[in-house]
Design a protein around this ligand. Sequence first.
Ligand SMILES: C[S@@+](CC[C@H](N)C(=O)[O-])C[C@H]1O[C@@H](n2cnc3c(N)ncnc32)[C@H](O)[C@@H]1O
Length: 265
Amino acid sequence: MNPARIQFLRDKVTEIALDDDPNASVNPTRILRGLNVLDVGCGGGLLSESLTRLGANTLGIDASASNISIASLHASADPSLNFTSGISSLLPAHTTVHRGNKAEGKGTLTYTHTSVEELLIERGEGAFDIVCSMEVIEHVDNPRDFLDSCARLVKPGGHLLLSTIARTPLAYFLTIFAAEDLLGFVSKGTHTFSKYVNPEELEGFFRSYRSQSRPWISGPVAHRLQAETRGIIFVPWNNEWVLTPRGSKWAEGCNYLFWVRRPLE
Ligand SMILES: C[S@@+](CC[C@H](N)C(=O)[O-])C[C@H]1O[C@@H](n2cnc3c(N)ncnc32)[C@H](O)[C@@H]1O
């Protein structure tokens, strides 16, 4: 799924940069250069690593200590991420830092065992240019509080990117009946159908969500510079996940990406 996630993020960051400044020079291979990016619920760290390769100063956090260990081990096995230090004395003991090569425009990668709620208390509002959270919201008990914590960490004009699963019969069939019960691709009980979130619910949340009294989405239909949903589908004959074209509503019935921008102040 990672290439599809990165493609969408790259598209939105480019689109916004050019909308803000039509003369902006955008380097597609280092599009996140110098940006502070948070990966909430980073798991094994595949997205965090990709963000770092695009130049981001990435912080990957996870509420599971073992996932942070796995992500750290994986990153340290890649010399291109230029792992230099284990535990930094300047950071909490549960933090591991991988430094990219600044001369090549690569970013830094830091992993911390914490929750998004704790990080918000520690770092305060608006600490990140981009906050990503892939396949996490459908696992939390209080999605509104989780979204609020993620959103508050985004700086004004910054981006929030989520991926999740829609609450539809198709999604039940593919992600629970087929993937869990029939084929055993993921362990039984990984997903809870009632926790799945529909794109309209995310859009509705950000229509009433305000920063400095401005709604993140204004008007009855989200403008593509405010928010956008894109389906991601698995193409078995190519063995890859692809981002479906803009406006393909039919493709948003299972796995999808949702992007929204915090209003400028
Ligand atoms: C299904 S995994 C997704 C991992 C990864 N993002 C991916 O797409 O492969 C969900 C992860 O979110 C983490 N998580 C759940 N709630 C969290 C929270 N409030 N703050 C940080 N991490 C959280 C879990 O520990 C778990 O590793």
